[in-house]
Design a protein around this ligand. Structure first.
Ligand code: PEP
Ligand code: MG
Length: 843
């Protein structure tokens, strides 16, 4: 920690002063650019990150050194200046230097009421924001008087045991200290980290001479921007407040004028045409020279224009994309810059689904709509359960009374969050918006019984853990069940940006898609094929799960054959539909891989229900479940082990794939399906499966009279498969790393249970991150590297990819690029994010 603040840390901003955004923040650097463009900017001093850190740590701000740059008894403002304006910061402090003497001067200049209002407002802000006194004690009357002023000063004195500071240096030092400390606070930290700020992000402060916005002629304070913050489309937008005592809330002030001529009222353009024309000129100049859409804050004093500040305009994610694309399309920035200017994570907010307007809404409860987008998932009540759910790739909705920082990992794991307490700025809301997670807060009509793990709506309906709910974060409604959704509207700028990204990226992006609906989403997001169809997921829904259970419970070859015969057309139809949707794009279908326990009934009631469906006695059912139960199902009869032990299942799946291939090829698509074998640990497993698949392919060729090829590949998800990849690749045209299981087995960490202790492990720095969430590049990564090298030895042209949940992550994509992988495969909604990340990595 720096012990002293040097003169270099308090730099007068001039055309030539040594300044950098990494040292003084973006606002300070931008003010220097405005000065270089000869805009009329008042005297400004920039405090560096170092200075602010030292002040926050208790070092006194060297106010006299700052004040020597200003005239006698100045009025000053202090504004935050971080590396990225989106990271937020403490609110600006204005009119520093107001005191009894200044008040007397201003009474002569502005009249007593105006001067008193200004002074009282300053005392109020100083008391609340700097001295942290109770806001209710500092009430500003409609008609401020000397008595009210004296009363306010006495309240301050009584609360602080000291007079209101009269010395500008003392006031300034206090303001700097308070702003520096605010930046270090937990809420500010969480807020900016959710927006991508590094943990050690610094804050600079900009101290500036105030320009008077009250006085003769056309005087006032205004703000102008040249593109919409919501959509990014070009438009002049802002407000001008004549005789403005303070610059806050300009846009919402009733006494504000329109900037441009407007039938609804008077405009600045009419009242001060020269200054307005100058602003338009500055706007155009700023756009070209600063290569950004800027919001300009200005003051008019008797028609004279002063530019206080210009910052990147606040923008929604949608606007960020549009602005970047417009700047590149008009040649102000390069396309590459446009690609680099949009945070990949920002795209995901644009991608969120919404509940279909036409869908019936079964509303359980309403709360505050805190973060937009809608998502459906099963109810969970703790962060641990949410993490366990995510590890099982099961969508979940986390319900909490209120969230604490400990819940962040759970929020990352959930598809949506509901809290009973809190408002729009509560922890859950702030974090939810930061990470683009649908979120409802303040759903206080909901009753939660954490012990029984139930929620009860105001109408008495009770839902339990595991029940399906939908969170509509755009309207604040928690819905029962899973209504139809519509995909996010992706506008032209979004498509343009991603097409530029596709031009520069050098690694393929496919999607994991289990159903035709998923495949359609993947296609809409321009995935270059499907990298993983989890065929068992096709059977998680509705009545299909019973059919699957029938297959598992079949005790004789005849019974098994009968169920497989019923499964075949369902599988064939799904595959056919997926092929049709993906057209000429590759589709990689993974043969059945489910730990059997996922299909076994739970509890007595579940047994009874299934016994009824399968029409067998309960005792027989219980005996069979006992028979099939495993101590460690994740390492038990899964994947290829089931395929080899009960080969008829893979035979049926292969037939479904090949018959769908033949049917789709008849429509003109030249299809070469990819078939992937899960959970392989030995070469012989692949040999055995291959010979059966070849036999089925031969039979389908003969029966249909249509020739076709297929590619056989292996999912590398056991450590042994990675180690023996050379051997295995001789039988595999492609190797796809399943990093979920590979992480589970490399760590010896249960995907289903690790959530219970993961937060403790991360808190104690045992693991830097949850390895199911962030790929462990050191350990699991080494196995990927080894597997890739050895696989290439066995087959130089082997196709390499990753299809675990890590696939869409920027760090994982960077790793896969470095290893020369052909593609990554991730969930459909992450495809655009991955496309942009991959492009940024290639630049
Ligand atoms: C994996 O293990 O990484 C994988 C993609 O398969 P699943 O999650 O279905 O086990
Ligand atoms: Mg797996």
């Amino acid at each position: 920690m720096q012990k002293v603040i040097t003169l270099k840390d308090m730099c007068l901003v001039t055309k030539t002063a040594p300044m950098a955004a990494e040292v003084h923040g973006e606002r300070a650097k931008c003010l220097q650019r405005l000065i270089r463009l000869d805009m009329p900017v008042p005297t400004t001093v920039a405090m560096s990150f170092n200075a602010v850190r030292a002040i926050a740590a208790g070092h006194a701000a060297d106010a006299p050194q700052i004040l020597r740059h200003f005239g006698n008894n100045p009025l000053l403002s202090v504004r935050p200046s971080s590396m990225d304006p989106d990271w937020g910061g403490p609110v600006a402090m204005l009119n520093i230097g107001m005191n009894d003497a200044k008040h007397a001067d201003l009474c002569d200049l502005l009249g007593e009421e105006t001067a008193t209002r200004l002074y009282m407002r300053y005392i109020q802000t100083f008391a609340v924001e700097v001295a942290r006194l109770d806001a209710e004690e500092f009430y500003l009357p409609d008609h401020p008087s000397r008595d009210a002023l004296r009363a306010m000063l006495s309240v301050y004195e009584a609360e602080m045991d000291a007079e209101f500071p009269q010395d500008v240096g003392a006031q300034l030092a206090e303001v700097l200290r308070s702003m520096a400390r605010t930046w270090e606070g937990t809420t500010a930290r969480l807020l900016r980290q959710a927006k991508g700020a590094p943990p050690d992000a610094g804050l600079g402060l900009v101290v500036q001479e105030m320009a008077l916005a009250v006085g003769a002629g056309v005087s006032g304070s205004g703000v102008i921007q040249f593109a919409s913050s919501t959509t990014g489309t070009p438009e002049i937008n802002g407000r001008f407040v004549p005789q403005a005592l303070h610059a806050e809330g300009l846009r919402d002030r009733l006494d504000a004028l329109y900037l441009t001529r407007d039938p609804r009222g008077p405009s600045m353009e009419e009242q001060a045409p020269d200054a307005f024309a100058k602003l338009i000129e500055f706007g155009a100049l700023g756009r070209i020279k600063l290569r950004e859409e800027m919001e300009i804050k200005f003051i008019l004093f008797d028609g004279q224009l002063t530019i206080l500040d210009a910052v990147r305009i606040q923008r929604s994610n949608r606007a960020a994309v549009r602005i970047a694309v417009d700047l590149a399309s008009s040649g102000v920035i390069a396309k590459e810059d446009a690609i680099l200017r949009v945070q990949p994570s920002a795209l995901s907010e644009l991608l969120h689904r919404q509940v279909d307007r036409a869908a019936k809404r079964d509303i359980l409860v309403r709360g505050i709509a805190a973060s937009p987008g809608a998502a459906s998932g099963r109810l969970v009540f703790t962060a641990c359960e949410a993490q366990a759910s995510a590890a099982r790739s099961e969508a979940c909705v986390l319900v909490r009374r209120e969230t604490t920082p400990e819940d962040i990992r759970g929020m990352h794991a959930a598809v949506a969050v509901v809290t009973l307490r809190g408002g729009i700025t509560s922890h859950a809301a702030v974090i939810g918006r930061g990470i683009g997670l649908p979120c409802i807060v303040g759903a206080s009509d909901l009753d939660v019984d954490e012990r029984k793990r139930t929620i009860t709506g105001p109408d008495g309906r009770r839902l339990k853990s595991g029940d399906m709910v939908t969170v509509d974060g755009s309207t604040g409604q928690v819905l029962v069940g899973e209504p139809a959704m519509v995909e996010a509207a992706l506008d032209e700028a979004f498509q343009t940006l991603l097409s530029w990204a596709d031009d520069v990226r050098d690694i393929g992006i496919r999607a994991n898609a289990d159903t035709p609906a998923d495949a359609q989403t993947a296609r809409n997001f321009a995935a270059e094929g499907i990298g993983l169809v989890r065929t068992e997921h096709m059977f998680f829904q509705g009545e299909r799960v019973d059919l699957m259970r029938e297959m598992i419970f079949a005790e004789t070859p005849i019974a098994l054959a009968a169920v497989l015969e019923r499964l075949l057309p369902l599988q064939r139809a799904d595959f056919y539909e997926i092929f049709q949707i993906m057209q000429d794009q590759p589709v990689c279908i993974r043969l059945f891989d489910a730990p059997l326990h996922e299909f076994l009934p739970a509890g007595k009631q579940g047994m009874r229900d299934l016994a009824e469906v399968l029409n067998v006695p309960l005792a027989q059912m219980t005996a069979r479940v006992d028979d099939l139960s495993e101590y460690n199902p994740m390492l038990g009869m899964r994947g290829v082990r089931l395929g080899i032990t009960v080969p008829e299942i893979y035979d049926m799946q292969a037939r479904a794939i090949f018959e769908a291939t033949v049917a789709a090829s008849a429509k003109g698509n030249q299809l070469v399906p990819e078939i992937m074998v899960p959970l392989v640990s030995a070469r012989r497993e692949v040999e055995l499966v291959q010979s059966r698949l070849d036999a089925v392919a031969a039979a389908v060729r003969v029966e249909s009279g249509v020739d076709f090829e297929y590619r056989l590949g292996v999912m590398v998800e056991t450590p042994r498969a990675a180690l023996r990849a050379e051997d295995i690749a001789e039988h595999a045209a492609f190797l796809s790393f399943g990093t979920n299981d590979l992480t589970q087995m490399t760590y010896g960490l249960s995907r289903d249970d690790a959530g219970k202790f993961m937060s403790d492990y991360v808190k104690l720095h045992v693991y830097a991150e949850d390895p199911f969430h962030t790929l462990d590049l050191d350990g699991v990564g080494e196995l990927l590297q080894l597997g890739a090298e050895r696989g290439r030895k066995g087959r130089p042209d082997v196709t390499l990819s990753i299809c675990g949940e890590h696939g869409g992550d920027t760090a994982t994509i960077a790793f896969c690029r470095a290893q020369g992988f052909d593609y990554v495969s991730c969930s459909p909604f992450r495809v655009p994010v991955a496309r942009l990340s991959a492009a940024q990595l290639a630049l």
